[in-house]
Ligand binder design. Structure first.
Ligand code: COA
Length: 174
């Protein structure tokens, strides 16, 4: 059976009708995202409904770093003493109003984590920027933790995400 959505790089998609209900995320989508992609400031991935070609959601992905002191002590203890650690940043994530509440937000986060794990430049964690308290709650629901000095930025170790991804695929531990 064909999957209902494909997740791919933003290219010549029909972008006009997308609306997530979040002003800043919709304005970014309409007027900024293609410039940022062109300037190599970010990549943008879209979930496209296969049957209709409608863009159901998007997220941006870029290289980032996390100041090590921002991480919880229990995490720092297991890491080398570098001043900062490499990460991938999901700067923006939005689902079209017609598709919210169907698991697509989770699917895009999982897709971002899988790309981070496959990337040739290592990343220790996925970093997200939450636009408000509701978004913080969404990320905390997915296991993200707040950075000490930036409470709207949250991280999830990619090793943890990898375990969740394998559990989701029903892979057994050897
Ligand atoms: C927030 C947003 C990305 C969530 O995407 P979605 O596709 O509607 O959410 P999903 O259906 O994938 O939800 C997956 C899980 O997260 C939970 N969840 C969704 N929104 C949540 C919230 N605000 N707080 C806590 N949990 C939330 C769901 O209950 C669901 O839980 P379950 O898997 O245990 O049943 C989407 O609603 C959206 O685009 N909102 C407007 C823009 C925005 O706020 N972006 C946030 C990033 S800054």
């Amino acid at each position: 059976m064909k999957p209902p959505f494909v997740i791919e790089l933003l290219a010549n998609h029909e972008r006009e009708k997308f609306a997530s209900g979040s002003g800043p995320l919709d304005r970014y989508w309409k007027s900024q995202v293609t410039q940022d992609v062109r300037r190599h400031v970010t990549n943008c991935f879209v979930a496209v409904e296969v049957e209709t070609g409608i863009i159901a959601g998007y997220y941006t992905l870029a290289a980032a770093s996390i100041p090590t002191p921002d991480l919880p002590e229990v995490v720092i203890k297991r890491l080398p003493r570098y001043p900062s650690l490499p990460a991938i940043r999901v700067g923006r994530l939005a689902i079209d109003l017609r598709f919210q509440g169907k698991g697509l937000g989770s699917a895009l986060l999982a897709d971002a984590a899988a790309r981070g794990l496959r990337a040739e430049a290592a990343a220790f964690a996925m970093l997200v920027d939450a636009k408000d308290a509701d978004a913080v709650a969404f990320y905390e629901h997915h296991g993200f933790e707040r950075l000490a000095s930036q409470p709207r930025s949250l991280f999830l170790a990619l090793a943890t995400a990898a375990k969740a991804l394998s559990a989701g695929r029903g892979e057994k531990k050897r």
